[in-house]
Design a protein around this ligand. Structure first.
Ligand code: MEV
Length: 316
């Protein structure tokens, strides 16, 4: 009989609007990004649990600090089901660039949880996924809103308010979205901490900016419902300006946003934790998206994805 094997997958995510403000109870809009994904494969292997991923190959017990979130949930899940920490190998393959604001850490956790539950035939609910992935996200990000995990678990676009039930929304729009990787690591934890310090030191201004980001996310939802890409673009750029004031952007992100706008984008902003990572650009047509993508690459972007938000291509 062939040895058992179990596979768990999870997609990346893109936050359209509301990052950082979502930590303070404001709404955010995010979409799953299935062009990128994580595959976790569990196979039988005698001896202590081992891990095989791009950052580390070896016994789980000796995994480096950056994998502490993942290590912790694997150990806690096994403990929860009274299983010894042995006799499996966990291999993680990912096309989601790590630490770029595309949900890599949540996706790795979710794919691994899915694979573990499948391997041992435990029944897995969305609540289990939320609970376990939250443990890992807390270790990595400090104070996660739960948005990344929610979008990745649900695999649908969400209008998300922390602590409230997930509200799926139909994210279809006559527009294209470019996702561009600056090639620089994002710093979500530091950026979240920086926003918190800013709000503490200047509560009136800090809270006003957070509220403004929430209002922009609400207007963005309406603009999508009304299929109004030019309005959505303006709202995105508006959000970037505030995120920059909150200290979440950096010179590279600002430069790529300016390149996109100078080349006729409807709007552009950073996405996710910020201080590096990825930015997004909205364009009216695919041709425009390709042109702007070229300019972004010429100006230092390291990777580009072009996502059709819902333009009918008539089967082409
Ligand atoms: C990170 O992808 C999004 C942030 O809003 C943090 C969070 O929601 O936990 C920056």
């Amino acid at each position: 009989m062939e040895d058992k094997k179990a596979v768990g997958t999870a997609t990346g995510k893109i936050i359209l609007m509301g990052e950082h403000a979502v930590v303070y109870g404001e709404p955010a809009l995010a979409i799953p990004f299935s062009t990128t994904k994580v595959v976790a494969t569990i196979t039988k292997k005698e001896g202590p649990i081992s891990l095989d991923c791009v950052f580390y190959k070896g016994p789980l017990a000796h995994a480096p600090e950056r994998l502490l979130g993942l290590k912790t949930i694997i150990e806690k899940i096994m403990e929860n089901f009274d299983r010894p920490l042995k006799d499996i190998n966990i291999k993680i393959e990912s096309s989601i660039p790590p630490e770029r604001g595309m949900g890599s850490s949540a996706a790795v956790a979710i794919a691994t949880i899915r694979a573990l539950y499948d391997y041992f035939n435990w029944s897995l609910s969305n609540d289990d996924l939320v609970r376990w992935s939250d443990i890992s996200e807390k270790i990595i990000h400090g104070n996660p809103s739960g948005l990344d995990a929610a979008v990745i678990i649900g695999e649908e676009s969400l209008y998300y308010i922390k602590g409230k039930p997930f509200i799926p929304f139909h994210c279809q729009l006559d527009a294209y979205l470019i996702v561009a990787d600056t090639g620089e690591k994002g710093h979500t934890r530091e950026a979240v901490e920086g926003v918190r310090e800013l709000i503490q030191s200047n509560p009136d201004q800090g809270q006003a900016w957070i509220k403004e980001l929430g209002d922009l996310a609400n207007s963005a939802k309406t603009s999508i419902e009304e299929n109004n890409p030019s309005l959505l673009g303006k709202l995105m750029t508006g959000a970037h300006v505030i995120l920059d004031k909150l200290g979440v952007s950096n010179p590279t992100l600002n430069q790529l946003v300016n390149v996109a706008l100078d080349n006729g984008a409807l709007g552009a902003k950073l996405t996710g934790g910020g201080r590096g990572g990825c930015m997004i650009v909205l364009t009216s047509t695919k041709e425009k998206a390709k042109l702007i993508a070229g300019s972004l690459l010429d100006n230092g972007a390291k990777d580009i994805w072009i996502h059709n938000m819902g333009v009918s291509t008539n089967g082409k």
